[in-house]
Design a protein around this ligand. Structure first.
Ligand SMILES: [Zn+2]
Ligand SMILES: [Zn+2]
Length: 264
């Protein structure tokens, strides 16, 4: 169902964003509001974002420069193509059996709408930042609890820790319950912030990219955490996978600093 033009999402719409929003929205409402679209997009973007790291892992066996970027230098070669392959099928299976039906049900209950106005650039920026800050906090609390409550760790989180040296695709290699809980945290963050759909899409895309980067196993010279020092990046999250009781936050480092669980 379409919204009539409203002032809900700001009047000062940047012309570029408005043009983009109208281009995306016009005539494609049925596709955009399909309850299956979120899971489909989440899986496809995850695979797409992992593709460059698949190439890096493949190049690692022949290129010393690529190997020098690996965080776990000296602790073994990059993951084999077979490991990628098995991980891909595990993630696909969970998406088809759990994530797709669950998100379809959620989208049907949410009955989202497409406002006529795009957000302003400032609104887009503020909403995406707010989503990340909120998601980071909720993730920290949930992740910390999963490590502190043995039942939660064994039944929900342990599967993700099968990768002591993670690789890009492993960011979604978790139990169905964990995948669902993280999805719920991301959706609730956007809901609490009251995001415009365009801001929400951008948040989900960036969230997917940053989760992949966290697990990629490379400390690349152009990685986001080198540009933005308040982000932990792959070295920060890889330390979590090897030490277990450090670096619980997914992206920012302030919660771990505050709770004394930061490992640099
Ligand atoms: Zn992880
Ligand atoms: Zn963990």
């Amino acid at each position: 169902m379409m919204d009539t033009p409203s002032m809900d999402h700001g009047v000062a719409c940047a012309p570029v964003l408005q043009g983009l929003w109208e281009h995306v929205r016009n005539g494609q409402e049925e596709i955009l509001l399909s309850p299956y679209l979120p899971a489909l997009c989440a899986f496809l973007t995850h695979v797409l974002f992992c593709a460059p790291f698949f190439v890096l892992d493949a190049l690692g066996s022949v290129c010393q420069q690529v190997r020098s970027w690996r965080i776990a230098a000296g602790s073994g070669s990059p993951p084999s193509i077979l490991r990628w392959f098995y991980c891909f099928w595990r993630v696909l299976f969970k998406y088809l059996t759990i994530v797709l039906p669950a998100t379809a049900l959620l989208q049907t209950l949410r009955s989202p709408s497409l406002p006529a106005l795009a957000p302003s650039c400032w609104q887009l920026f503020v909403e995406v930042c707010a989503c990340f800050l909120l998601f980071d906090m909720l993730f920290f609390i949930w992740h910390f609890s999963m490590h502190r409550v043995p039942w939660l760790y064994r039944n929900i989180h342990q599967l993700h820790h099968q990768h002591q040296t993670p690789f890009a695709l492993a960011s979604q290699d978790a139990s169905s319950a964990e995948l669902l809980s993280l999805l719920l945290l991301a959706l609730s963050s956007a809901w609490v912030v009251g995001c415009h759909p365009l801001s929400e899409v951008l948040f989900h895309l960036l969230n997917s990219w940053m989760a992949v980067e966290d697990h990629c196993g490379y400390n690349l010279p152009w990685a986001l955490h080198r540009l933005l020092p308040f982000l932990g990046g792959a070295p920060f999250h890889q330390a979590h996978h090897s030490l277990y009781n450090r670096n619980y936050a997914p992206y920012f480092t302030h919660w771990d600093h505050l709770f004394g669980t930061y490992y640099g």
